[in-house]
Design a binder for this molecule. Sequence first.
Ligand code: HEM
Length: 320
Amino acid sequence: MVSFGSSRSIACSLLVIFLCACTANAQLSANFYTRSCPNLPRIVQTAMRAAVRNDPRLPASIIRLFFHDCFVNGCDGSVLLADTPTFTGEQNAFSNRNSIRGMDVIETIKSAVEAACNATVSCADILALATRDGVVLSGGPSWTVPLGRRDARTASQSAANSNLPLASSSLSTLITSFQNQGLNLRDLVALSGAHTFGLARCVTFRNRIYNDTNIQPAFAATRRATCPQSGGAGDLAPLDVTTPNAFDNAYYINLMSRRGLLHSDQELFNNGSADSIVRGYANNRAAFFRDFVASMVKMGNIAPLTGSNGEIRRVCSRVN
Ligand code: HEM
């Protein structure tokens, strides 16, 4: 009896250890919804195509949402949770307030996905897929998106404030910020290439165009014309002055002629350790696309909720 009891308890302990190990190593997988929601990729792609026809800026806004999701306690859809009188999320954190956009489109896609596969696909995964589709629709590379993330039941404004990098950051601050997420210098430079499209507000680059010295004078003059020394905080300018809506490697070519819009952009090409990587991507679009895709998958793997953690939200803007 004794030996039976103890062998059963050993078996139980082994099972517990095995289950814990599985949870700790839970991996995302490209096939996660192949059976449970076979039309998922098509639903997201069709909706993104329609949305981009209305708003060419959307792919830029969506990839930024994904970045701001992943850098704050992992890619768990936390950025999509709206504030309520009793809930403070991340949308009013410093880098997000009056700035992030595209949440309505993710919500629309979520409704279409729910209609086809009820309570199956997370908002975090929809955001990851929409990000990829937006890049492709803008002329960028495609990649296979690992899936199986679940949605957070919480969000953290304070983590958003401390983790999201600022336009005023130095290269060493940017490196540390990415290192804190398990991303290296090459990831930093490749992912910053997302500034190949989309817009920024005057308030984020005013200091650069009036005070930085590592800026091409004609470019500074152009930007000053629509971003006054005071006021006009919300006036918009393209992050990529040469091909503002296309996903290409012009961002790096612009950096080499000191036409980075944000101070943080130009920090990547300012006689520092990132210069050679910038030069490499400026000279070789294929190399940029290859590294960008690898870094996107890496960023998408930051601390996902898997297994029975978190939930599959019914509506992306609030917890179930
Ligand atoms: C390296 C550190 C980064 C800093 C300091 C930074 C900062 C900023 C700032 C200040 C803006 C303008 C926001 C506004 O004016 O409302 C912006 C826009 C944008 N950022 Fe970043 N960013 C960084 C990295 C990234 C990464 C890693 C991605 C994506 C992979 C990304 C994608 C974008 C896009 C696409 C836009 C334009 C969004 C739109 O038009 O709606 N950024 N970023």
